[in-house]
Design a protein around this ligand. Sequence first.
Ligand code: GDP
Ligand code: MN
Length: 396
Amino acid sequence: MDLYEYQARELLAEQGIALPRGEYVTTADEAADAAARIGFPCVIKGQATIGHRGQAGAVKVAHNEGEARDLARRILPMSIHGHDVNGVLVAEAKNILHEYYVSISVDRSSRDFDVLATANGGTEVEEVARRNPESVKRLHIEALDDFDESAARSMAASIGFYHADIDQAADILLRMWRCFTENDATLVEINPLAKIGDPDDESSKSLCALDAKISLDGNAAFRHDGWSRFTDTGRHDPFEERAKALGLHYVHLHGQVGVIGNGAGLVMSSLDAVSGAGESQGTGVKPANFLDIGGGASASVMRDSLSIVLSDPQVRSVLINVYGGITSCRVVAEGILSAVDALDSHMPIIVRFDGNEASEGLAILDRASNPCISVCPTMEKAAAMAAEAAVEEDRK
Ligand code: GDP
Ligand code: MN
């Protein structure tokens, strides 16, 4: 789960990392009020779970209340590379003397943790790292090891923090590590970690986190009360909320063909097959959702799944694509019949089974001779049938 900057700042602040004062708001008027409290100049920063907001024009400096309101009004409706801005952070503007980059992340290929740092931080960090890879220092931390003060200090010294900053940089790296481990994060990134202050007054200078990017490991949500403090923002898709409460892996996609399958890869291919069919049939029919019922799907899981998918008023047909492994197709077939019965559904449902007890499952569906349920042996054909059925159902 990717946090917004204003949420990531909370986690950094809990570890005592220095941040500019800031307030998160969702309207232009609130932004003007927040700016008046914080003082000028201040930065108006669009909140979206994607980087490069600065380059997209979603980070701007305001010098007075009117300007803060106008900038917020311009930034709030933005979408940055497909990620909607959900509010703005109004933050104290700092005088930047230098920008560093520091991050701690999970390295999936070496199955350990990576601390990355460079003295060439800022918005161009990827480009600089490409041109000048030796400027980026990397330290691996073994999965069961800790990151200690001496490692943090030698890391800070190696990337070229000014001599006077090494202590503070090492301290920040250690606090980031604590933030990373205590929150089961997969990424904690500060870019820029800025050297701020008055260039002529040495005592005014310090390091400050001017941006914060944190991703949390979804598999660890149960250890953190589901991260309800970050997810209870009241801007949720009602279908996704219900599916989550039922423990289903569901993503609402707003097309016409409900898609249910077992295994994320199979469901993704099914989505592609439905979109492909809609395109080649010239109807533009699209998948209504992603729903992975996982392994060992029982009749009750199938009932819950179908009830979510069928409650979406845009759905006109359903494709159920199951590869029987642990899951027996026979059990899934029984689940489908009992779900259709319980929900009194008349929506066209196209079923494709393969693998464990596929022929038994198909035979059960055949014997039921429900006119709304069709079976099909291949995914492409089943997707094409579901896309056609959606158009036909819409004409009714
Ligand atoms: P990103 O583009 O999504 O990474 O957003 P950032 O929060 O990193 O902001 C982009 C850039 O805006 C930073 O790299 C800074 O150069 C600049 N910026 C952010 N906050 C301040 C600030 O308080 N003062 C100044 N002068 N520049 C800032
Ligand atoms: Mn940044």
